[in-house]
Design a protein around this ligand. Structure first.
Ligand code: NAI
Length: 294
């Protein structure tokens, strides 16, 4: 706590308004977290029903976490759903958290550059796409950095600050300072495959999926990992991350990290079993939590 506060004082930042694009698993939680830390946040998604769900989730979370009703009200006042993306015009920081696919992200950044203030910092939450690839369409690629959050945002302290080949030092400084200002721990990484965390995590998750393919029950794999000391087993974690996200990341990393993508992962995604967010993945999820494996 104290170290973070010090970092905040040592790196004064100029960011007040934040615009987040993509209100799914990550975007919604990043937006809510930033609003709870005093930032004015606009949250955009292409689907109104997803925005509505994100706002409902934020409100429920605030009520649970912030005991003082006034604080809940103030946080929710700072978080605005923004279907049309009006918030872009005034944002000092724009965070992209849409699907893990190259073309939609590139197109989005081109649109963002047209509409956002010239001094705004651009960040992507991508898990696996090189920053250089996302920066390709930008007139000024120096303003793009990675801000790679982990799931669930409110529990995971670490944020990888990803340096692309063209990222400006000043942009990285601003990203680090802002991360500290929302009480998160910035970790500098290069835009190399998997950055630091996923380089270690993905082979572990995929190996667990291979065990399940070989006939070991998901519960058994997860129980062994938890007994070993992991806060959550690898199969449940894959469902939490989202199996479509796991698949995209695995495909992107398979070449550089020499890993095979398990067929089982692909099958589940093709069946629309995406994990917690779709109600079913390796496990089935009811309102009350995890049930027996599907
Ligand atoms: P998600 O599938 O839950 O949400 C993506 C959202 O983006 C959807 O609501 C979709 O409607 C919206 N969207 C898609 N294209 C759009 C566009 N052009 N304009 C506006 N909205 C658009 O995905 P999730 O899991 O939140 O992942 C988002 C990003 O965060 C990905 O780049 C992923 O690699 C990264 N990430 C995911 C983590 C996870 O645990 N799921 C962890 C860290 C990073």
């Amino acid at each position: 706590g104290e170290a973070l506060k010090r970092a905040g004082r040592e790196h004064p930042h100029d960011i007040r308004r934040v615009h987040v694009v993509g209100a799914g698993t990550m975007g919604a939680d990043i937006a809510m977290w930033a609003a709870s830390k005093g930032f004015v946040v606009t949250l955009q998604d292409q689907k109104p029903e997803i925005l509505a769900r994100a706002m409902a989730r934020a409100s429920a979370f605030c009520k649970k976490r912030l005991k003082d009703p006034r604080q809940v009200q103030e946080t929710m006042d700072r978080l605005m759903p923004d279907l049309a993306g009006h918030g872009l015009r005034r944002a000092e920081l724009v965070i992209e958290a849409i699907v893990e696919k190259i073309e939609p992200k590139q197109a989005l950044f081109r649109m963002i550059e047209e509409r956002a203030p010239a001094t705004a910092l651009f960040a992507t939450n991508t898990s696996s796409i090189p920053l250089e690839v996302l920066a390709q369409g930008l007139r000024d690629p120096t303003r793009l950095v990675g801000l790679h959050f982990f799931n669930p945002v409110e529990k995971m302290q670490l944020v990888e600050i990803v340096r692309g080949e063209q990222s400006a030092e000043a942009a990285l400084d601003r990203a680090r300072a802002w991360t500290a200002a929302i009480d998160r721990l910035p970790l500098d990484v290069k835009s190399s495959p998997g950055f630091l965390v996923n380089r270690i995590l993905m082979p572990y998750l995929l190996e667990a999926v291979i065990l399940v393919e070989e006939g070991v029950a998901p519960e058994e794999v997860d129980r062994a990992a938890v007994e070993f000391g992991m806060p959550m087993g690898p199969i449940e974690l894959s469902d939490t991350v989202g199996l479509d996200i796991c698949l995209s990341v695995a495909e992107m990393l398979s070449g550089p990290l020499h890993i095979d993508v398990p067929a089982r992962l692909r099958e589940l995604v093709e069946q629309g079993r995406l994990g917690k967010k779709s109600g079913e993945g390796f496990y089935r999820y009811t309102g009350k939590g995890r049930s027996k494996h599907a």
